[in-house]
Design a protein around this ligand. Structure first.
Ligand SMILES: C[S@@+](CC[C@H](N)C(=O)[O-])C[C@H]1O[C@@H](n2cnc3c(N)ncnc32)[C@H](O)[C@@H]1O
Length: 343
């Protein structure tokens, strides 16, 4: 079955990487058919219940569709394709429908096209219902192709909005937004009931997202107030975790015990706690913390490391660098995201 993912526009490649990481984590075999301008099309056999789990996990996908037909993005070709598509296989007798074209599509005569496609489907014996249709057909248009799709899952935008850091009981500035935190957690390949660690947990933003997909979370921060705040935040969303006050360069956990890690390193000297026993400089903390991350990860496990400078070769510690991304937060802050694998 062909599936199309309509991706959010906050980054060129991260949303796609998140989808592929989740497919791999859920052991779904797929072929990438096309990736262009916020649309990813794959060929995969996915059971409806697994697709629902995938849809629920993704942070940077708006909608998931089944692709029922493809044509050139020209009116005549689109109408011929819709006419020849067997809509009966996906629509029950007497059910209703709506046809939509995404707002950001550059197709010139959207309304006219919607009306013509609507008339064709109506002619097959179905009724239009624009407010609460049982089936929503969407024409995803790129410069080369029109995909005639049936909507399967839609992300509830409010879900991430409602979890904004300022709405949590414990807040500290500079926290990653929930949608991005979810994508980072997904890049780590973590699954339900596996052990997830954030060794610089701060207010717990990454732990919350990992906990919400069913992972068992372990958080560590050098500041006791952060660890207490993380406990409050987890509790607020009905989650629990093992939380430790300590130094990320020396963690009291045994070797190879963690399935996946995602962490957002301290950005500047202000977030570094130069108290007795803790690393007084970022230059020393980073390699030491990475060595610890490497020691704790199970072989084959992934660590997603976020920092405000590009990951350096000298820090590799036998990790294989799988992916790197630059995520622009604002004019003077880039976040560098590196996906590492313990080999
Ligand atoms: C960028 S913040 C993490 C923000 C976090 N992702 C959140 O959701 O709030 C970095 C955190 O690293 C902590 N930190 C600094 N030095 C540390 C060390 N040596 N060991 C562990 N945590 C440390 C800081 O207290 C701070 O909370």
């Amino acid at each position: 079955m062909l599936l199309a993912f309509e991706l959010t526009g906050e980054h060129d490649t991260l949303p796609k990487a998140e989808v592929l990481a989740c497919l791999n984590a859920l052991c779904i075999v797929y072929d990438t058919i096309m990736f262009l301008k916020g649309i990813l099309v794959i060929d995969a056999q996915i059971r409806p219940e697994t697709l629902a789990v995938l849809a629920n996990r993704l942070g940077m996908t708006h909608r998931i569709y089944e692709v029922n037909g493809m044509s050139e993005p020209k009116e005549d070709a689109i109408l011929a394709m819709v006419k020849n598509t067997d809509v009966y296989k996906c629509m029950e007798k007497g059910s209703t429908f709506a046809v939509r074209v995404p707002k950001n599509s550059s197709y010139p005569e959207k309304q006219a096209l919607i009306a013509q496609v609507g008339a064709l489907i109506k002619g097959k014996g179905y009724n239009v219902n624009l407010s609460d249709p049982s089936n929503t057909f969407v024409l995803l248009l790129t410069e080369q192709t029109c995909f005639f799709c049936l909507l399967l899952h839609s992300t509830d935008k409010k879900r991430y909005g409602a979890r904004k850091p300022q709405f949590r009981p414990f807040f500290s500035p500079g926290v990653i937004l929930p949608k991005v935190a979810r994508a980072l957690v997904n890049l780590s390949g973590i699954n339900e009931n596996e052990l997830f660690l954030d060794p610089f947990c701060g207010t717990g933003g990454l732990l919350l997202e990992a906990g919400m997909i069913g992972a068992l979370v372990v958080g560590l921060d050098v500041q006791e107030q952060m660890v207490r705040g993380t406990a409050e935040n987890l509790n607020f969303y009905g989650l629990t975790g093992a939380l430790i006050v300590g130094d990320a360069a020396k963690i009291a956990l045994r070797d190879n015990c963690i399935d996946a890690i995602a962490t957002d390193m301290p950005y500047g000297r202000s977030s570094l706690i130069a108290q007795a026993g803790f690393r007084p400089s970022l230059e020393r903390l980073f390699p030491d913390a990475l060595a610890e991350i490497h020691r704790l990860l199970k072989p084959g496990g992934k660590a997603v490391v976020v920092s405000n400078f590009p990951y350096s070769r000298s820090l590799r510690h036998s990790f294989r660098v799988l992916e790197t991304y630059v995520y622009r937060v604002h004019k003077s802050l880039n976040r560098y995201i590196t996906v590492l694998k313990k080999v």
